[in-house]
Ligand binder design. Structure first.
Ligand SMILES: *[C@@H]1O[C@H](CO)[C@@H](O)[C@H](O)[C@H]1NC(C)=O
Length: 287
């Protein structure tokens, strides 16, 4: 498949990641090889596009990432594993040749499936906790790509293949339309039912508080103890900011029984929390 033979397609796409629990939809511009686009046009027929079957139909054409995403000897699936294991660090954009691979990873069943493993483990861990039951047990949640998905934005911006554009991304955030990640929501609801208090700890800034709260509530996420946003003027790293906020929680007498995020910078730096959970995110890296 030559990248030169790509054509631009506009698909109306339902959020596969939220299938069954959320009806969010958006327009997706995705580049595909011509033969794949022909297959897609045939499948579209009356314009009623059902994404999940389409993705599956396209997968054999685009490859599972091993060969198709070959990049100077490093295949996209190996690159993604390196990212998740935090062996590949400090990257600014995904390898250009991996745009198709990451797009299929995110829009097909794989991202949801990988997320489900994380959440199943987190829930099993939570069920085994001996809670203090004094209202001081908290679980730290990151927001972007952990609680809310910005896939509607990234799907139209190369799935992380294009350099981060703060202007367009912030405009998207201010819509307050990001869908909840259904697996994380399952954990969230479970913890609330157990009396563990959710604390949101996000790199979003204080000026985004109202829209962030609105977005969470629109997605049926309520009952958090605290929403911690970055204060204006904070200049340190994400690890310094987030570990510093966790330290303040601990100093105030809270027990951080768990901590979940999509970035390693959500999870590194003492106090990490009694246990950490890393959700997949092949689209961007925050150090
Ligand atoms: C970033 O996004 C804004 C708003 O969509 C756009 O006007 C601008 O050209 C973009 N910048 C780059 C470098 O692409």
């Amino acid at each position: 498949m030559t990248m030169a033979s790509r054509v631009l397609l506009v698909l109306a796409v339902a959020l596969v990641a939220a299938a069954g629990s959320c009806s969010a939809s958006w327009e997706l511009n995705i580049r595909m090889p011509t033969s794949a686009s022909q297959r897609l046009h045939a499948a579209m027929e009356d314009g009623a596009v059902h994404v999940a079957p389409l993705i599956h139909a396209l997968r054999p054409l685009l490859g599972s990432g091993g060969e198709m995403g070959s990049l100077g000897g490093v295949a996209c699936d190996s690159w993604l594993l390196g990212v998740e294991a935090h062996n590949v660090r400090g990257w600014k954009t995904i390898p250009a040749k991996c745009e198709g691979y990451v797009g299929h990873y995110m829009l097909g069943s794989r991202f949801r499936r990988d997320s489900k493993v994380v959440i199943d483990e987190a829930i099993a861990y939570a069920e085994g906790l001996k809670l203090a039951g004094n209202g001081k047990d908290v679980w730290v949640f990151d927001i972007d790509e952990t609680t809310l998905s910005n896939l509607p934005y990234y799907a139209t911006h190369g799935f992380g293949a294009k350099p981060f554009n703060a202007t367009s991304f912030n405009a998207y955030v201010l819509e307050g339309s990001a869908p909840a990640l259904p697996e994380t929501k399952r954990l969230y609801n479970k913890l609330v039912s157990m009396g563990v208090k959710p604390v949101f700890l996000t790199g979003r800034t204080e000026d985004q508080r109202v829209i962030t709260e609105t977005n969470l509530r629109r997605q049926g996420i309520t009952g958090w103890m605290n929403l911690l946003l970055k204060q204006p003027g904070f200049k340190g790293s994400a690890v310094a900011y987030k570990s510093g906020e966790r330290q303040k929680l601990q100093d105030a007498g809270y027990a951080i029984v768990g901590n979940i995020g999509d970035q390693w910078s959500d999870l590194l730096g003492a106090p990490e929390g009694s246990r950490t959970f890393k959700l997949p995110d092949p689209m961007y890296y925050i150090g």
